[in-house]
Design a protein around this ligand. Structure first.
Ligand SMILES: *Cc1c(COP(=O)(O)O)cnc(C)c1O
Length: 412
């Protein structure tokens, strides 16, 4: 069965109870009474499974974590206050000063500045490569390399990685592969392709209606036998593997990031995220079809469209072979200049001009004047940011209505 169909059934069944409240139970308390000192001791020791304090876990968030882990076939997940919070959690719980990251493709502006500006201040260096620079990627791996980081779809450059091939490189050298799968939940299953850790901004298509900022990290189990995380490269993780076995990556994320840094999700946010997640398969299934219709129609009408469903796109074949369920809600339109891009966005009646993506509504933004305004020309060119680039995130509107609106908005 295709994954959209499979999860249409699974999500609605996982979300609601058969008895009592059908909507997920929303617990929004910051702290929890233990009842007795003995129970309190047991909770801190780990022998009693009850809520300790909301920074280290919340029952509503725990339900969301369980559902997201099952979506990706992970052993568990940890939800976070935002997508950047999730990326910070997933990376900082594994890194120490002197380590290196290899970042491939993309890249979302926030992640780029986190790697290039913030982590460098703490002695962590990131090397950036295009998705197809396989040899350079492999050559740059050394003993300090802790993470290969990859976006499932270049946002906004729309370049597509060969995830399985990059996973083989990571495995050959015993390095963790972390995939930002924000744009392609359900469409792409990174753990099945050989990745180890998945990060999401749930703010985007997973919630899908701008009601809640959130993020999540999904982890695979540590194997009982041979496992790259048992290698010398990950010696900081070894005490967690010794104590927690298969769950070591979850434990280190909770202790070294969530508890110590506090990028925790809240119950209300997780509740809203579950309401969105329940309809994710339906929304994404519709949108990936609409994206193709709109991209092809606009291309025929003379727009400069960047989407891999178009035959001239350098990753068109990869799109057909490896992205059977589409590559999310995004496409690029190059209007030629900042002035033309502004005029197009301002004249459109459908587009909501905003920095978000993956919403029920069609969203659009001029890239060079907003998210990428502080980046130098070399970086902009690496990330595919041209002066006239408008990033579009297609919504649930009718495809013909979107095409008509775009054509009208582009008329001078
Ligand atoms: C939005 C986004 C993020 C960051 O998520 P926030 O929830 O805004 O913190 C990370 N990666 C990608 C691909 C995104 O689109």
């Amino acid at each position: 069965m295709n994954r959209f169909e499979e999860f249409t059934t699974r999500f609605v069944q996982q979300m609601g109870k058969k008895e009592g409240p059908i909507s997920p139970i929303m617990v929004n308390s910051a702290s929890f009474g233990y009842g007795s000192s003995e129970t309190g001791e047991g909770i801190f020791e780990g022998s009693v499974k009850k809520p300790l304090y909301a920074r280290v876990g919340n029952p509503t968030s725990a339900q969301l974590e369980e559902i997201l882990a099952s979506m990706d076939g992970g052993i568990g997940a940890v939800v976070a206050s935002s997508g950047m919070g999730a990326t910070a959690m997933a990376t900082l719980s594994l890194l120490r000063s002197g380590d290196e990251i290899i970042s491939i493709g993309g890249l979302f502006g926030g992640t780029y500045s986190y790697f290039s500006e913030t982590l460098t201040r703490f002695g962590i260096r990131t090397h950036f490569f295009d998705v197809d620079e396989f040899e350079k990627i492999e050559e740059s791996i050394n003993t300090a390399t802790k993470i290969l980081f990859l976006e499932s779809v270049g946002n906004p450059n729309m370049r597509l990685p060969d995830i399985a091939k990059i996973a083989q490189i990571a495995n050959r050298h015993g390095v963790a592969l972390m995939v930002d799968n924000t744009c392609t939940p359900l469409s792409i299953a990174p753990l099945a392709l050989g990745a180890d850790i998945i990060v999401y901004s749930t703010t985007k298509i997973i919630t899908g209606n701008a009601s809640s900022l959130g993020g999540a990290v999904v982890y695979r189990a540590i194997s009982e036998w041979d496992d790259k995380f048992k290698g010398d490269r990950y010696r900081d993780l070894h005490p967690f593997i010794y104590k927690m076995g298969a769950m070591a990556l979850i434990a280190v994320a909770k202790k070294r990031a969530m508890r110590d840094l506090g990028m925790s999700a809240n119950g209300f946010g997780s509740y809203l995220t579950m309401l969105g997640l329940e309809t994710l398969p339906l929304r994404l299934d519709r949108i990936v079809t609409t994206v193709e219709k709109v991209a092809k129609a606009l291309h025929e009408k003379g727009f400069v469209v960047n989407h891999p469903c178009l035959p001239h796109h350098p990753h068109h074949k990869r799109y057909l072979n490896n992205f059977a369920k589409g590559c999310g809600t995004l496409m690029g339109i190059d209007m030629g200049s900042k002035e033309a891009a502004f005029a197009f966005l301002n004249r459109s009646k459908l587009i909501t001009i905003t920095a978000n993506i993956g919403d029920s509504r069609t969203l659009g933004l001029h890239m060079a004047s907003t998210i990428y305004r502080d980046f130098d020309d070399e970086t902009k060119s690496f990330l595919g940011i041209t002066p006239g680039l408008v990033r579009i995130s297609i919504g649930l509107e009718n495809a013909e209505a979107i095409i008509d609106d775009f054509v009208n908005a582009a008329k001078i």
